[in-house]
Ligand binder design. Sequence first.
Ligand code: SME
Length: 156
Amino acid sequence: MTESERWEQTRLRITGLLDGETDIIAMMATVACELHHAFDHFHWTGFYRVTAPNLLVIGPYQGGHGCLRIPFDKGVCGAAARTRTTQRVADVNAFPGHIACSSSTQSELVVPICGPSGTVLAVLDLDSDTLNAFTEADQLNVEAVCSDLGARWGTE
Ligand code: SME
């Protein structure tokens, strides 16, 4: 199966599973599970939620344990939340302020999830033990999943 076929299949499965669901935790847990098992280079897949100004707290995830709290001024996740832009980092060791929750992480893709008015609600963090693991297709597809989740989030 090609990368593009695998993404198509994964996106269809997620859309089907979320159909009719309104509980955001159920949706985050399902997305984390489906993405994590879709590609071999996804070694940690999960959400950090904005629970207070400038603070991310861990949400549903798959993989080894992650840091519980990340301020906006720390790490790749903090940068994604602060700037509300996707961070695709080929080598985390070259990223100033990277948080090493797991010493095996080499590259990351972190996508912000924003509500209809642009407020950042959460980030979706994918970590890989391989350098430069995340492709442009990974970024575009994860961004589409996050855009859909932002629209479904409900009240902000
Ligand atoms: N490495 C991330 C922190 C989250 S965990 O690794 C699960 C970062 O620098 O934002």
